[in-house]
Design a protein around this ligand. Structure first.
Ligand SMILES: [Zn+2]
Length: 271
């Protein structure tokens, strides 16, 4: 084993990458074959599975604070690798907003677009589908993702009918400014889906800006690049930015999609 490890290190980087890619492909095909079943059906790829693969790392603080949407769980699709949260958003868009047939949604803003969700939305061919993220350099984002800071969205007021910004605000120190911006670019009749990992037990959001070291942040907030753990006051933070918030839970209506029954959707519109 030690000899193999030494040999591996001597291989050129490109060759190691190529071998690893092949290994992952074979592993993925084997998983697809061996996890077939009739308990779950992925709304993205229609794969029928007997179970879901485990995503996330164990974290003491996330467990202690019972952070919904942040904890390690059996939640991924073996075929398309979709996460629980992107399946939840897509289910809401498809089943509740009838997004594939709705003529009311023409201009869409998607911050930090989830891979499977963005592919589905591209298929719809909206008049204007804008994707943005602060971190596009060196990431495996496709070309349609613009470099964009959510605290300074480069679009005029009321530009969008639908906005999605999921699991972003917990990374942003000035989250109230980001919320103000999201509200500013939302149409009067539009809706914004703004998901965050949220503690079930914390009433008040926990943040401490003196914690800047990544390993300390991991210990305190559960992830190296998070700056807070949202509590149940998340709704009032959104309201402070001028949003009206409808908190909905659709997970138990669609057990086949393998959604998190504890995960609510925060559907926001202008007050
Ligand atoms: Zn899938």
């Amino acid at each position: 084993m030690a000899l193999l490890k030494r040999l591996w290190r001597f291989l050129p980087k490109e060759l190691r990458y190529f071998i690893f890619k092949i290994y992952r492909k074979i592993r993925s095909q084997l998983q697809i074959l061996t996890h077939k079943g009739d308990k779950y059906q992925c709304p993205f790829c229609n794969y029928n599975a007997r179970d879901l693969f485990v995503i996330g790392r164990t974290s003491k603080v996330l467990k202690e604070k019972h952070v919904i949407g942040g904890m390690r769980a059996a939640s991924g699709c073996y075929k398309c690798r979709s996460s629980q949260r992107e399946r939840l958003i897509y289910t809401y868009l498809k089943e509740k907003l009838d997004i594939h047939n709705s003529g009311n949604v023409n201009n869409v803003l998607h911050i930090a677009p989830e891979p499977n969700l963005t592919r589905k939305l591209l298929d719809i061919e909206f008049e204007n589908y804008v994707c943005g993220d602060l971190f596009t350099e060196g990431y495996s984002y496709p070309n349609h993702v613009e470099n964009m800071n959510v605290t300074s969205i480069p679009y005029p007021d009321e530009s969008f009918d639908l906005i999605m910004c999921n699991h972003v605000l917990e990374h942003v120190p000035e989250d109230q400014i980001a919320m103000n911006e999201l509200r500013r670019v939302l149409n009067k009749e539009g809706i914004a889906i703004l998901q965050v990992p949220i503690s079930k037990v914390l009433g008040e959001t926990f943040e401490d800006f003196s914690v800047t070291n990544p390993s300390e942040r991991k210990q305190v907030f559960g992830q190296y690049d998070h700056v807070r753990i949202y509590g149940q006051d998340y709704v009032s933070r959104l309201e402070n930015s001028g949003f009206k918030v409808k908190r909905v839970n659709i997970s138990s209506e669609y057990p086949k999609y393998g959604l998190n029954v504890e995960e609510d959707i925060f559907v926001c519109s202008r007050l």
